[in-house]
Design a protein around this ligand. Structure first.
Ligand code: ZN
Length: 402
């Protein structure tokens, strides 16, 4: 899926911090929800933190403007905690040499985008545990600060004490929530890392994914029938999907082991191309007869762009004779080297939201690889694996390098 719904708000330790559009709905919603139930939160905090550590509920309620301001501060504090949690993962990952492309805040909190996943169980364990460790530390610091601020004085003190108490509880809750044993929660990764101590990585992933799915089903049932509410069902759904896709990703990585882009690409001689002068009408008829949805655009033997069905559709039907490929194509070239791993090509397509990559050897186009090519190859490799397991003859149609 193409992720262009986010924008950048700044950098921390060189990592871009981005806000997803869904987050812009969540922040005011949280501010409102917290602000409109300050009394209730205050009473709960007093219950959890003990009667000695009283939050002055009466000073916070009554004034709507104040309530919403406190709600906003609490929401911002909460999401700052989420960013720091992700930063915890990121800094440990960077120490192990894994670059982080961004930290994004979205509907369900934060995501640190690792460009690749460590397969060493110790590294994965440390990276996964770092986030919850940061959250617990934030909770402890907030609680320490809360204990230091004396419960005397006016509204300002009451507000500060409420915020600190709220952040103390919420950061610890955030750590606990993230330790739920399912992908993509940190608990799922911790579980996989521990399972991978004595097993191959792919098998550990399968087991961890099964645990995650089972857990998601239980959580969903509890949400539906145990009074946990729809939010819990949504979380359960999210964990289930996460477990499935993580298991799928690892299975694919295992299947594509040792398969290079050049093994499955369409070689240069068979790649159909268009020129910048090709009309959109002609492009459509080519797409229809050749059943391709994207073409490299070649000019003077050089690739100058890529044109896809989406680009062509941007031209209104009556104007398709007048417009040419050159006017709608994308000149951003998504390319991969012929000796790159097939799995890397797939991940690159997913990251950049494109359906095909140019296979370039330096400046030269040597082939084209599409998502369909990869999926077809995957099916064949899996079938071959099944044949192997059944003692069948191994077909030699897919050549292995080395
Ligand atoms: Zn985390």
């Amino acid at each position: 899926m193409k992720r262009m719904r986010s924008f950048r708000i700044g950098r921390l330790f060189g990592i871009p911090i981005e806000l997803d559009l869904t987050f812009l709905v969540v922040l005011p919603l949280f501010a409102y929800l917290i602000g409109s139930s300050l009394g209730e939160y205050g009473r709960l905090l007093n219950e959890w933190l003990g009667p000695a550590a009283a939050v002055d509920v009466s000073a916070l309620t009554g004034d709507t403007t104040l309530a919403f301001a406190v709600g906003s501060l609490a929401a911002i504090g909460l999401f700052t905690g989420v960013v720091l949690h992700e930063l915890g993962h990121s800094l440990v990952a960077m120490r192990f040499g894994f670059p982080i492309s961004s930290i994004t805040l979205w509907l369900f909190g934060g995501v640190a985008q690792l460009t690749e996943m460590p397969e060493d169980w110790k590294q994965e364990l440390y990276i996964a545990i770092a986030g919850p460790v940061v959250s617990v530390a934030l909770g402890v610091i907030s609680y320490a600060a809360f204990s230091v601020v004396a419960p005397v004085g006016g509204t300002a003190v009451a507000v500060v004490r409420f915020l600190l108490a709220y952040l103390a509880v919420m950061n610890v809750a955030l750590a606990a929530f993230n330790m739920l044993p399912g992908f993509p929660m940190d608990g799922g990764r911790v579980l996989r890392a521990l399972l991978a101590r004595t097993r191959p990585y792919a098998q550990a992933t399968q087991y961890a994914a099964e645990v995650g799915k089972l857990f998601a089903i239980l959580l969903g049932l509890f949400g539906l029938f145990g009074g946990g509410g729809l939010f819990l069902v949504a979380i359960a759904f999210f964990i289930y999907i996460g477990a499935s896709s993580e298991a799928q990703r690892t299975t694919m990585a295992a299947a594509f082991e040792g398969v290079a882009v050049s093994d499955i690409m369409t070689p240069r001689d068979d790649v159909r191309t268009v020129t910048i002068d090709t009309s959109i009408a002609e492009l459509f008829s080519r797409m229809l007869s050749e059943r391709h949805t994207g073409y490299p655009v070649v000019e003077g033997g050089r690739v100058v762009g890529v044109v896809t069905l989406d680009d062509a559709q941007s031209v209104r039907e009556v104007e398709r004779d007048a417009y040419t490929v050159g006017e709608v194509m994308s000149d951003q070239l998504h390319a991969v080297a012929p000796d790159a791993d097939a799995m890397d090509a797939l991940e690159q397509m997913q990251e950049s939201g494109v359906g095909r990559l140019l296979v370039m050897d330096g400046e030269n186009l040597v082939g084209l690889i599409s998502r369909t090519d990869l999926m077809t190859a995957l099916d064949i490799i899996k079938q071959r694996g099944a044949l192997d397991a059944a003692g069948g003859e191994r077909p030699t149609s897919v050549e292995q390098p080395n």
